[in-house]
Design a protein around this ligand. Structure first.
Ligand code: G3P
Ligand code: MG
Length: 243
């Protein structure tokens, strides 16, 4: 069962603000969203930050693995100017900072565990542990990494989990059962009505990503999808109910 909002802002603010920053979370609030997705990575020193890429260079300057830096080093870097001068100096936030913001603003967190290679179990464990300190129902974990989700389950079985997939695999039901997951998060392209019906009939939540066309969002909702994750907060928030 899906107990979360039906619209989720991808990477915080979608394309409207630098991804995985506090500015992005503020953007979600400004557009009336009640749920955000962001990516969480474990870095040097065992801390957790909001970050999508495993390598520096796209959203923060430099080269080499993000996970070699500490959260303090990343917090001093510019994660905003890649999108525009207006955002220069926007830092890489820690997971704790982001979570505090979301709790204070009533934003449901879909925290995607985005582990650096080799740190799947460690990152899943750390994030789940950190989530135990958050209010019940304030976070839904997800990951493409089964290993990370298994570790999260072991560390904090009561923090809900969703399995992230591209195309829906044939054994989706077995995978969800093995993780005691509450939901499947599936790529929207190719997600058909029969798959949606099967997942819903089995009693799982179903979120589709990344949906930037309001017509496609309506089609997915009509087929039974519970929620969509979007980059276009500006298009979708105004055009669909329950934003
Ligand atoms: O959770 C949906 C989406 O965030 C998964 O893909 O690469 O944007 O993290 P990605
Ligand atoms: Mg993500």
């Amino acid at each position: 069962m899906w107990i979360y909002p039906d619209l989720i802002a991808h990477r915080g603010g979608g394309t409207l603000a630098p991804e995985n920053t506090l500015a992005a979370l503020r953007c979600a609030v400004a557009h009336g969203f009640r749920a955000v997705e962001f990516d969480v990575m474990g870095v040097a020193g065992g801390e957790l930050v909001l970050m999508h890429d495993t390598e520096l260079g796209r959203t923060v300057p430099g080269s080499g693995p993000v996970a070699r830096l500490t959260a303090a080093e990343l917090a001093a870097m510019d994660a905003g100017s890649w999108l525009g001068e207006h955002w220069r100096g926007e830092p890489v936030p820690g997971f704790g900072q982001a979570a505090a913001f979301c709790v204070a603003h009533g934003l449901l967190m879909n925290a995607e565990i985005k582990p650096a290679p080799g740190l799947e179990a460690d990152t899943g464990h750390r994030i789940a542990q950190a989530c135990q300190a958050l209010p019940a129902g304030s976070v839904l974990l997800s990951s493409f990494s089964v290993e990370a989700l298994q570790a999260a389950r072991a560390a904090a079985p009561d923090v809900p989990r969703a399995l992230l997939v591209g195309a829906v695999p044939d054994d989706w039901r077995a995978q969800l059962d093995a993780l005691a997951a509450v939901a499947l998060h599936a790529r929207e392209s190719g997600l058909g009505a029969a798959q949606v019906a099967a997942v819903k009939a089995a009693g799982f939540g179903l979120m589709a990503y990344t949906v930037n066309d309001p017509a496609r969002a309506r089609e997915l909702f009509a087929s039974g999808v519970d929620a969509v994750c979007t980059d276009r907060l500006d298009l979708i928030a105004d055009r669909l109910p329950n934003a």
